[in-house]
Design a protein around this ligand. Structure first.
Ligand code: NAD
Ligand code: DAU
Length: 335
């Protein structure tokens, strides 16, 4: 099978490509990635010359870049997106462009080339926040950030292709991923690396917001399962079943690194901050999926990974990252 993976130089995409090359030695994978600030060739250094893998730098919003690759592939898995909520609050335009228009370009290319599957990698954030219980795939969409709204718009476009053209797309909506190669703007790698540098850990609001964490390899396994056993036209929630408060998570990281809780710095809350995410994952479980990983074990392993790969994150943090961070905080503090 020939897969066109978009956004494969980012966090989940790079873990997914490595996973698929290991699990399916007969598959060919093309990775189309624009290499935005979040795309990092270092994430796939170990397989860059693998005979079953090819990298192409390009934009999913550019039909001329997408068309020949779609023609050469059997199907597309779309991981490419602008993904960070705080950046979407600062500058939403790029999110609408990539997460909505880019999805449209891929759908058109897949339809034109008669692909038998299309996988849209989406997020639990499209449902919004829930105080009690859990969202099912039938829950209404209620996105609260420009990021979540752009992903919800992408999902609706995919679903319109399913209904209008009988297009064989499947959407996965996963909860918060963590693991190796995550850009250190996201809370887990940010807090681990700040703690390693003895810098403050900026905890938003009261720190009681809840996220359901899934180890990235579990999400990769679930996407692989949905690709092969999922029903076209369906949506599948993929959760880790590990709900934790941000303050609990933060204390765990500090404790494991032997750092003082005094490094916690409560800061002004994120605008429109979702309180809690939770997913009902009965549908993907019925396909045979169960998260194999235990949250605390994998968080420990993740902490070790960032300890052992300091050059990987130090290169990022000494580049574009700091400029974004300063801009984001200047804007947050000044309203
Ligand atoms: P990421 O930000 O680490 O990586 C995104 C990748 O997409 C980067 O390699 C970037 O260069 C590429 N990209 C961005 N715009 C592009 C464009 N126009 N054309 C081609 N490539 C482009 O993201 P991630 O955390 O790996 O997320 C991957 C997907 O999973 C996204 O669709 C995201 O919405 C979804 N998701 C992420 C999480 C999470 O916790 N990280 C949870 C649920 C869903
Ligand atoms: O739920 C899936 C989503 O998870 C994905 O769709 C997104 O792409 C991904 O970024 C993630 O979104 P979150 O907003 O939940 O992740 P983030 O790591 O930005 O924040 C997690 C929680 O930690 C959230 O409640 C905000 C809080 N936080 C975050 C940062 C960056 C802090 O308290 N301080 C911080 O500095």
């Amino acid at each position: 099978m020939k897969l066109l993976v978009t956004g494969g130089a980012g966090f989940i995409g790079s873990n997914f490509i490595r996973y698929m090359i290991r699990e399916h030695p007969d598959y060919q994978i093309i990775n189309l990635d624009k290499l935005t600030y979040a795309g990092n060739p270092d994430n796939l250094r170990d397989i860059e010359s693998h005979p079953n893998y090819r990298f192409v730098q390009g934009d999913i919003c550019d039909p001329a870049a997408v068309e020949p690759l779609a023609k050469a592939a059997d199907l597309i898995l779309n991981f490419a997106a602008e993904t960070h909520v705080d950046r979407s609050i600062l500058e939403p335009g790029g999110f609408i462009q990539t997460d909505v228009f880019g999805t449209y370009v891929l759908l058109e290319a897949a339809k034109r080339n008669n692909h038998e599957r299309y996988i849209q990698i989406s997020t639990d954030e499209v449902y919004g926040s829930i105080d009690r219980g859990a969202f099912t795939e039938a829950s209404p969409l209620h996105p609260n950030s420009p990021y979540a709204a752009s992903k919800a718009a992408g999902d609706l476009l995919v679903q319109s292709y399913v209904r209008t053209y009988g297009f064989p797309a499947i959407i996965t909506r996963s909860s918060n991923n963590f693991g190796p190669y995550q850009y250190p703007e996201k809370v887990i790698p940010l807090f681990i690396t700040n703690a390693l540098e003895d810098k403050p850990l900026p905890l938003y609001g009261d720190g009681q917001n809840i996220r359901d964490w899934i180890y990235v390899i579990d999400n990769c396994a679930a996407i692989d399962l949905v690709l092969h056993r999922g029903r076209p036209g369906e949506v599948y929630n993929i959760g880790g079943g590990s709900e934790r408060t941000n303050i609990g998570l933060t204390r765990f990281i500090l404790n494991e690194l032997g750092k003082p809780v005094g490094l916690i710095q409560y800061v002004k809350d994120r605008s429109g901050h979702d309180r809690r995410y939770a997913l009902d994952c009965g549908k993907v479980a019925a396909l045979g999926f169960k998260a194999r990983h235990v949250f605390e074990d994998d968080l420990l392993e993740t902490i070790r990974w960032y300890q052992e790969h300091a050059p990987w994150w130090q290169k990022i943090k000494s580049g574009e990252f700091q400029k974004y961070y300063d801009r984001m905080y200047a804007k947050r503090e000044n309203g």
